[in-house]
Write a protein that binds this ligand. Structure first.
Ligand SMILES: Nc1ncnc2c1ncn2[C@@H]1O[C@H](COP(=O)(O)OP(=O)(O)O)[C@@H](O)[C@H]1O
Ligand SMILES: O=C(O)C1=C[C@@H](OP(=O)(O)O)[C@@H](O)[C@H](O)C1
Ligand SMILES: [Mg+2]
Length: 196
């Protein structure tokens, strides 16, 4: 991709990978505007965070907003950094746009790290607060009386990783391992890719 005026840098990866934190650091370092897709969608709909939006309107409604907002951001005639939500790649049109309209970078980390970060984000929040990241994978057998023995093995992150890893790979020009290093250090690594 040529380094043109409207080039966008997009971050993808599972929940907890650091897309929001690293995107913010990158924006400060590169002096480019930052869009966190989740924050923009939640604010536009009058919610404090996307977990509240999903709780109120459901996952399919959120996915529609996500798809439309990503297309709008990637059509903006300016350079910017966009941090997507972990599930943005599930929409085929979004994948095409991430491939063609942005330099997309996949932030990768072992699942136990992601689990720990996501759990830590929920700790210390008020009792009864709506989760920041609601569970989105129905347990096997959900809706029937007998979930079956495989329900014991159900793990949200494993399911999402299996489903999404090929999609992240498909849209990304580069994958970055983010197990080690602060968001600032990871932003510095991505800055080098961006500057070519
Ligand atoms: N490189 C990192 N090292 C340690 N903690 C991190 C790192 N990146 C993000 N975090 C923390 O992990 C949590 C999830 O980060 P966030 O940026 O919201 O991820 P995402 O947007 O990919 O879900 C936050 O508490 C954040 O401070
Ligand atoms: O994995 C997902 O489908 C989601 C990830 C979240 O964003 P982060 O990846 O920034 O946590 C947010 O968009 C929503 O809770 C759904
Ligand atoms: Mg985020």
């Amino acid at each position: 991709m040529s380094f043109c005026l409207s080039t966008k840098l997009a971050l993808v990866g599972l929940r907890g990978a650091g897309k929001t934190s690293v995107g913010r650091e990158l924006s400060a370092r590169l002096g480019l505007p930052f869009v966190d897709l989740d924050e923009r969608i939640a604010a536009a709909a009058g919610f404090g965070h996307v977990g509240e939006l999903i709780a109120a309107h459901g996952l399919p409604a959120f996915r529609e907003l996500e798809r439309d907002e990503l297309a709008a951001v990637l059509a903006e005639p300016r350079r910017l950094i966009v941090s997507t939500g972990g599930g943005a790649v599930e929409d085929p049109r979004s994948r095409r746009l991430l491939r063609t309209e942005a330099l997309t970078v996949w932030l990768r980390a072992p699942l136990e790290i992601l689990r720990e970060r996501v759990a830590r984000d929920e700790r210390g929040r008020a009792a009864g607060a709506v989760p920041l990241r609601p569970a989105i994978v129905p347990p096997p057998g959900a809706g029937s009386d007998d979930a079956g023995p495989e329900a014991l093995d159900h793990d949200e992150f494993t399911v999402l990783q299996e489903r999404r890893a090929p999609l992240y790979r498909e849209v990304s020009r580069r994958a970055i391992d983010v197990e080690f290093g602060s968001p600032l250090e990871i932003a510095r690594r991505i800055e080098r890719i961006w500057r070519g």
